[in-house]
Design a protein around this ligand. Structure first.
Ligand code: ADP
Ligand code: MG
Length: 716
């Protein structure tokens, strides 16, 4: 077995070798079973129980050959991470030996004790059962193949005893269904040739930091909370702009190469890797895939990054803001739709016909984001992301869309009703959508505006507000859902305008009536929602003021943002589209709110502990040294003014530190909202002390060490 592991060398051999993908399925399943399973995967046709048994047999044989001793249902409780509980394939026989066993039932459904997962009140401990249910659309895979840690992982949804969703995957799959239905409808409306099911596509760019493992271990704040609660930006940080895309240090490259190999084996199409803006910051981006798979793969990417880092002497930080004063990390969510004709419907297209559909889709996004700006903001509301959004390195908390100059022109032409050509001639020819609305838009015309939360980037929308540590399941559920609603409304209006009309079609295959209806619908939607379009600098104060004038929400904190999830209209929409029931929506609100509270309580508690047990002793030692120096120099008859000043400065800080610790103690016993201000005060004092203290006195590795002292030589 080990030999096979070594034999695999080329990336084409490597890619997907540990995934029960189409070719493995073909090899390990009987023909009829293979076909039935493909039908389930492609078209959602339920798999017969007898066939499930046969799938399980094939999957087991395949996994055993990879050295797997266990299987696990791999699912996504609302913790932001994945969960697993391993079951061995062992079944003892009477003779004291054993056989391997894995049934269809075990493949299709698991029953973990769900009592300790967040459920926001959906599950009382007396009905602790939860169910994991196989998601065949995300293929099973073996982690750590050919080692004694090899495990067959089966991607699953996770429900309560009463069938309520306890995970991120279930609503995502439901929202896909809702959006698929509307894409089909658009396809019919525009009479496109149907060659396939719609596919929502997603490419998730992942930012992260790497620091030396030994520094990480000496920073209990990083260990406990994922971010530094104290620490000052050194004189050199990111101002030279010399890290972005710079040469990758040897040990970092070795780490990245191993990460890529592991991801490729698992069928994750890792594509780009590079140094990011902040020192010690990096990015990995895969090639886009079907959305549900891409969400799973992003979770795998985060796990593999963190696991592999340890083996290369690093710690990988996926927190949104591990270090104050330099860039934080995000997760750019590139979202698009491949329609029933197999083409990307956010591609401007070659023909007027394609362009009409493109404008329809584009307008739907504008409508969706404007209508549900607050809900979209809620999807990225976490304690960690609050430090990043609006911090002039990440998009502001105001949700707006950047389209690029040419599309802005077109949108304003539709808005005013005057064609671009007409206006260029100084007049106002009526616009003909699909005919003269879209001049050839060169691909990639759009955006290098990095300040916008939602940007059209040539053939997709890039949502840049997602936090680096979040699973993007919730974001994508909401994107799908608000898009489904917008398309639904626009299709309904088109259909009712067209009802009964049937007249001659013009060159692009549509009737006069169709063009008129389209023009009217797009114009109205653009007029109603154009306030969400913004091409300027999203970091500027002017924009904050302008956005307020336009009535766009600017929601700064998580608890405020989460409220959008439980507005009656939102809950109704979740229900109409069968994405979340009212109970499920409410419970999620509770889970996210609780996570925010617990994070702050943990950070406050950790900061207090560290202040007490590390910082204060260090400060007192330093104070004592200064006192000794002061009395000694006075005894020697010197004018000790400067020494007295130095002593007083530190002694004052020590006093203030005692007070700030008391204040934090109090804050931890009162409202969660009090913790952050108390933490800010505490941090200011600790950071000032750090800036004055000799390095030998300071109990933690500093930012300078962590930023610049990594990755060069192989770890001793
Ligand atoms: P950047 O935004 O850093 O310039 P790229 O333009 O290369 O990076 O793409 C970012 C991500 O967008 C990649 O993961 C890429 O695969 C993804 N992407 C490209 N086309 C699509 C699409 N049609 N649907 C979803 N994601 C896409
Ligand atoms: Mg990008």
């Amino acid at each position: 077995m080990h030999n096979e592991h070594r034999r695999i060398e080329t990336i084409t051999d490597l890619y997907g070798c540990d995934v029960f993908n189409t070719s493995a399925r073909r090899r390990y399943l009987a023909n009829n079973v293979f076909e039935a399973l493909e039908d389930t995967i492609q078209n959602g046709v339920p798999l017969e129980p007898t066939l499930a048994d046969q799938v399980a047999q094939g999957m087991k044989t395949w996994a055993l050959e990879k050295g797997a001793s266990h299987f696990t249902h791999w699912f996504q409780p609302l913790t932001g991470a994945t969960a697993e509980k391993h079951d061995s394939f062992i079944m003892p026989d009477h003779g004291g030996s054993c056989v391997s066993q894995f049934s269809g039932k075990e493949l299709v459904q698991g029953e973990p004790d769900a009592s300790s997962f967040p459920s926001g009140g959906l599950r009382a401990t007396f009905e602790a059962r939860g169910y994991t249910a196989w998601d065949p659309t995300s293929p099973a895979f073996v982690t750590n193949a050919y080692t004694d840690r090899a495990v067959l992982c089966i991607p699953c949804a996770f429900w309560s005893y009463h069938g309520e969703a306890l995970d991120g995957k279930t609503p995502l799959l439901r929202s896909q269904k809702a959006l698929h239905a509307q894409i089909e409808r658009v396809g019919k409306l525009f009479e496109v040739e149907r060659v396939q099911n719609p596919v929502i596509t997603l490419g998730v760019e992942q930012e992260y930091f790497l620091i030396e493992r030994r520094f990480f271990k000496e920073r209990p704040d990083l260990v406990m909370t994922g971010r530094t609660l104290f620490g000052i930006r050194p004189a050199r940080h990111q101002q030279m702009e010399d890290h972005y895309f710079s040469r990758i240090k040897p040990r970092v490259l070795a780490f990245m190469a191993e990460v890529d190999r592991r991801l490729w084996r698992l069928g994750v199409p890792a594509k780009t890797r590079h140094n990011e803006v902040s020192p010690a910051q990096f990015e990995l981006a895969p090639i886009f895939e079907e959305q549900n798979l891409a969400v799973d793969h992003n979770l795998l990417i985060m796990s593999i990054l963190q696991e592999t880092a340890g083996e290369y002497g690093f710690s990988c930080l996926v927190h949104e803001k591990p270090f104050a004063g330099v860039n934080g990390s995000g997760k750019h969510n590139n979202w698009s739709i491949t329609g029933t004709d197999g083409k990307n419907w956010f591609s401007p297209g070659q023909t007027p016909h394609d362009n009409a559909k493109f404008l329809f889709m584009l307008t739907a996004v504008i409508k969706a984001v404007d209508t549900h700006a607050a809900l979209l903001r809620s999807a990225v509301a976490t304690a960690g992301n609050d430090h990043r959004l609006g911090a002039s390195e990440a998009p502001p908390a105001i949700m707006s869309i950047f389209l690029g100059e040419q599309l802005d022109e077109i949108i304003s032409a539709i808005d005013t009703g005057c064609s671009i050509r007409g206006r260029a001639n100084g007049g106002c020819d009526m616009i003909e959508i699909g005919v003269d609305a879209l001049p050839k838009i060169p691909r990639d015309v759009s955006d290098r505006n990095r300040t916008s939360p939602v940007a059209f980037t040539g053939n997709k929308f890039e949502f840049r507000s997602v936090g680096s540590s979040q699973s993007c399941e919730n974001t994508n559920t909401i994107l799908n859902m608000i898009m489904a609603e917008a398309l639904d409304k626009m299709c309904t209006e088109m259909e009712s305008r067209l009802e009964g009309t049937e007249s001659h079609k013009d060159a692009d295959g549509h009737s006069r009536e169709f063009h008129d209806a389209l023009k009217a619908v797009l114009r109205r939607e653009i007029q109603d929602h154009k306030r969400v379009l913004f091409s300027g600098d999203g970091y500027s104060d002017d924009w904050t003021a302008e956005a307020a004038r336009r009535g766009l929400p600017n929601i700064k904190t998580t608890p405020e943002a989460l409220k959008a999830m439980i507005q009656p209209e939102t809950v109704a929409l979740f229900g109409e589209l069968s994405v979340l029931s009212e109970r499920e929506a409410m419970s999620r609100y509770e889970v996210y709110r609780h996570a925010w509270e617990q994070t702050l309580a943990m950070e406050g508690g950790c900061a207090l502990d560290l202040a007490r047990t590390f910082v204060m002793p260090a400060a007192l030692r330093f104070e004592k040294k200064l006192a000794e120096s002061l009395t000694r120099s006075q005894a020697l008859g010197r004018d000790a003014k400067t020494r007295l000043k130095a002593y007083n400065q530190v002694a004052d800080l020590v006093d203030r530190l005692y007070n700030a610790m008391d204040a934090m103690d109090l804050a931890l016993q009162s409202e969660t909202a009090e913790i952050l201000p108390a933490l800010t005060v505490l941090r200011t004092i600790v950071d000032k002390l750090e800036s004055l203290s000799p390095e030998a006195f300071w109990p933690f590795p500093n930012y300078g060490q962590m930023f610049f002292n990594y990755g060069a030589a192989p770890q001793a």
